[in-house]
Write a protein that binds this ligand. Structure first.
Ligand SMILES: Nc1ncnc2c1ncn2[C@@H]1O[C@H](COP(=O)(O)OP(=O)(O)O)[C@@H](O)[C@H]1O
Ligand SMILES: O=P(O)(O)OC[C@H](O)CO
Length: 798
């Protein structure tokens, strides 16, 4: 109850709040009747960056600043006529995950506070996972709601044990205590080495990766996973209960009755008590929490499942989905402190408003990796789209817009995880003074952005928790009304889509140009897989090369349109038992008795019966088939031989052949022994069967249908029928056995890559029953002779 002796009694009991943020510490005193801040004091808090990715703070400095803020506020309170004794409870809210280890006997920190955004443990994450069967970063989500990331305290604690021998020693000697900033402050403010209380609350504990979000207790499995000493952990309590009393400061003996992580405190301070209500706090980082009621939603889109609050020992816990963004206001601080593009953060809004847009400059502030929804601790910052026109105002504007784009990434993920169509987002934090940013946030997310007049939701949330604790119970939240400003979307969907797509492209440019940590890990299994892949690649490449170099045969039938040119026939045939002078080579085209116009170069070589040459080859005339001629010329001696009645008037038959032809024309029976012209020939007939003959050479024929043949006897045509006269022999006497040494068409090629390409080369036709029997054998086969050869590339392949 408020002390009636004090002035301003109408404000009701006062509730104070320690808001220990990353960039500053505030101590605020709220009036429970009106919700007003009646006094406050704020001091900045330094961070140090000893190496790239490292962010540290001094735990002693944090404590000192907190105490200073308490004392200064008390003074201000008294100056305003308020009694400090009217402060009935204190709530604590703090930056989460920041890890402190200290000695319980000396009260001194064993190392600097490793700040939540410190990324030094990305290697610790890789090492941890490489030793596990399951390499997934999401394997602990069911238990703690979080992915394995450098962000969370368990990883930082593991790193401290692995790298600071003093800590290992302190653990062995049971001197070491672990805590997030809330634990460190409560332990010190409630007595420190003299019975300081070592506790934390469910919200802070849910960010360590060691608490089971179902049981709200430390989980043995999780502790074993990170191999951490369980006896160093604080006791987990609800967010609203009396934990202990201030042992010193100007507010000695005031109870500490509330403890909430700062983002959870902001959710409470924004009065987001209903399922689906969502807030975003734009401070050093940016954190969007959506109340999911009693339900724990396990995100599939890179969000965290976290305890929202548990307002009382026996109260049921509420849960939330959270999208954490590492860098928000920190990018403006970076532009001020490192790049010196602005001298005072108060000028940021003015400079950004001087230009109508960022001129397509995109700023991905991944200084410490990217958190939700990307979770890439290897990511680094990027400013892209620079032109000669770009100046600091565009870059400042791009930094502000980047915060909004990242918030949209998270809002989209919430929508996908919960199926929840948000209509408004409540905002708070150090950045929301910036109207330009909030208008852009409304434009790019397409929803209303609601800013209370009162911006200190975080401190207010901790005060609400403390005021609701059993034994305090001072708040009447329904009576607290706040003025607010609503920023509504002013751009069309198409423009929104265009801008957001460009942002996504900028993020992807970075995120996917670096290989993921997991793939950089060298393992035996990975090596084997790589070797196997290479062997497979080499084998397939080799096979392809072989296939490419191998001659492949492709059968194709096409119409020969080169009708005008001649076709060359190459032949080399031995008829082993018929003499050359009795063998005739005839050729005829489809027109039968037309003149053939054959260009020939055929030789006959006489062979003995063993196949040995008898005399040099003689060039042979090819006889067109229609050769029946009427010889009227006298022979060389001037005589005109008789045709024995078979000739025409004045026809001379000077040779046996001419007599035979005249007889044939009359269809008379020809008996050579009767004719004087045939007497000599009858005697020499005996040699017809005593010799063989080789016919070889080339001839050129028209490219029309036709045939050629080699046959014994005199050939002539009777009534368009081609006949061979073998008189005086009978056809049974001729052995037409023959050896086709070579027969080809077109360019003469004997072999191609040792493949026989002319199907009849080497063929021996055995005549068993006399003339023609072997020839019949050829005709039954379908033979294909190549006519054209194509040279492929520079290799001699056809
Ligand atoms: N006028 C301003 N416009 C935009 N951002 C600002 C402004 N003033 C402060 N900030 C940003 O707000 C952040 C601090 O917000 P605060 O809520 O106090 O952070 P935290 O709770 O993390 O300590 C800083 O990073 C700073 O860059
Ligand atoms: O200090 P803030 O407000 O940036 O918040 C830090 C967060 O709690 C880190 O998780």
């Amino acid at each position: 109850m408020a002390d009636e002796k004090c002035s301003n009694y109408e404000y009701g009991p006062l509730i104070a709040s320690i808001d220990e943020g990353t960039s500053s510490v505030r101590f605020m005193v709220f009036a429970s009747n009106t919700g007003e801040v009646v006094a406050y004091h704020q001091l900045p808090l330094k961070s140090s960056y000893p190496f790239a990715e490292w962010v540290e703070q001094d735990p002693i400095e944090i404590l000192k600043i907190v105490i200073e803020c308490i004392d200064e506020t008390t003074k201000k309170l008294e100056a305003k006529g308020f009694c400090p004794s009217n402060i009935v409870a204190i709530g604590i809210t703090n930056q989460r995950e920041t890890t402190i280890l200290w000695d319980k006997y000396t009260g001194l920190p064993l190392y600097k506070a490793i700040v939540w955004m410190d990324n030094r443990t990305s290697v610790t994450v890789s090492k941890l996972l490489s030793n596990k069967e399951d390499r997934s970063k999401d394997q602990l989500r069911e238990l703690c709601g979080l992915p394995i990331s450098p962000y969370f305290s368990a990883l930082k604690y593991r790193w401290l044990i692995d790298n600071v021998p003093e800590i290992t020693k302190a653990i062995q000697e049971k001197r070491c205590l672990f805590g997030t900033v809330d634990s460190w402050l409560i332990w010190n403010l409630t007595g420190g080495v003299q019975n300081g209380i070592h506790i934390t609350d469910v919200t802070n504990a849910s960010r360590t990766m060691l608490m089971n979000i179902n049981s709200l207790k430390w989980d043995t499995k999780l502790i074993e996973f990170f191999d951490l000493p369980a006896d160093t952990l604080p006791e987990i309590r609800s967010s609203a209960e009396i934990y202990g009393y201030l042992s010193s400061t100007s507010l000695k003996n005031v109870p500490i009755a509330g403890c909430v992580g700062d983002q959870h405190a902001a959710l409470i301070g924004q009065l987001c008590f209903k399922k689906g209500q969502t807030k975003c706090t734009y401070g050093t980082g940016c954190f969007i929490l959506s109340n999911t009621g009693y339900e724990k939603i396990h995100s599939k889109h890179g969000l965290l499942t976290t305890v929202a609050y548990q307002l009382g020992k026996d109260a049921q816990p509420f849960y939330a989905l959270e999208g954490s963004i590492t860098i928000a206001g920190a990018s403006l601080s970076w532009l001020k402190n490192n790049m010196k593009v602005v001298d005072d953060l108060e000028n940021v809004n003015k400079l950004a408003e001087e230009v109508s847009s960022s001129n397509d400059v995109y700023f991905v502030p991944a200084f410490q990796g990217l958190y939700a929804p990307y979770w890439d601790s290897n990511a680094r910052g990027l400013i892209c789209g620079l032109t000669m026109e770009t100046d600091r105002r565009h870059i400042i504007r791009a930094a502000i817009e980047a915060v909004c784009y990242q918030t949209k990434d998270v809002l989209d993920a919430i929508k996908q995880d919960c199926g929840l169509e948000l209509t408004q987002l409540k905002v708070d934090g150090g950045m929301v003074k910036n109207n330009l940013m909030l208008q852009f946030q409304a434009d790019i997310s397409g929803i209303d952005i609601v800013r209370q007049d009162f911006l200190e939701s975080t401190a207010y949330g901790a005060a609400i928790a403390a005021g609701m604790a059993k034994g305090i119970e001072v708040w009447n939240l329904t009576e607290i009304k706040q003025d607010r400003i609503v920023f509504t979307p002013k751009i069309m969907e198409t423009e929104r889509h265009k801008k957001y797509s460009k942002w996504k492209t900028a993020v992807m440019k970075y995120v996917f140009t670096k290989p993921l940590e997991d793939f950089q890990e060298k393992t035996l299994y990975g090596g084997l897989v790589t070797i196997l892949c290479w062997i497979t690649i080499f084998y397939l490449t080799f096979r392809e090369c072989c296939d490419y170099l191998k001659t492949s045969w492709k059968e194709e039938i096409f119409v020969d349109v080169s009708g005008g040119s001649k076709l060359l026939i190459n032949l080399d045939i031995i008829v082993s038992e018929i003499s050359c002078d009795y063998l005739a080579l005839d050729a005829v085209d489809s027109s039968g008795d037309q003149h053939l116009h054959i260009d020939y170069n055929i030789y006959k070589r006489r062979l003995d019966l063993n196949g040995n040459p008898i005399e040099p080859p003689q060039k042979e005339n090819i006889r067109p088939i229609n050769k029946t001629t009427i010889v009227t010329k006298q022979n060389s001696s001037g005589d005109c031989g008789s045709c024995y009645g078979a000739g025409e008037i004045d026809q001379c038959c000077n040779t046996c052949l001419e007599v035979k032809e005249a007889y044939s024309k009359k269809n008379w029976q020809f008996k050579p022994e009767r004719f004087v012209q045939c007497l000599g020939e009858a005697n020499s007939n005996a040699s017809v069967f005593q010799e063989g003959c080789q016919l070889y050479g080339t001839m050129e024929v028209n490219r029309v249908g036709g045939s050629f043949h080699i046959a014994p006897g005199q050939s002539f045509s009777i009534s368009h029928i081609h006949v061979h006269d073998v008189q005086p022999y009978s056809s049974q006497m001729f052995n037409t056995t023959h050896h086709i040494r070579h027969l080809s068409f077109g360019k003469k090629i004997m072999h191609l890559n040792n493949i026989q390409i002319n199907p009849l080369d080497g063929y021996i036709g055995h005549a068993k029953e006399g003339v023609g029997s072997s020839v019949v054998g050829h005709k039954q086969e379908k033979l294909v002779f190549p006519l054209t050869y194509l040279k492929l590339m520079d290799l001699l392949r056809f």
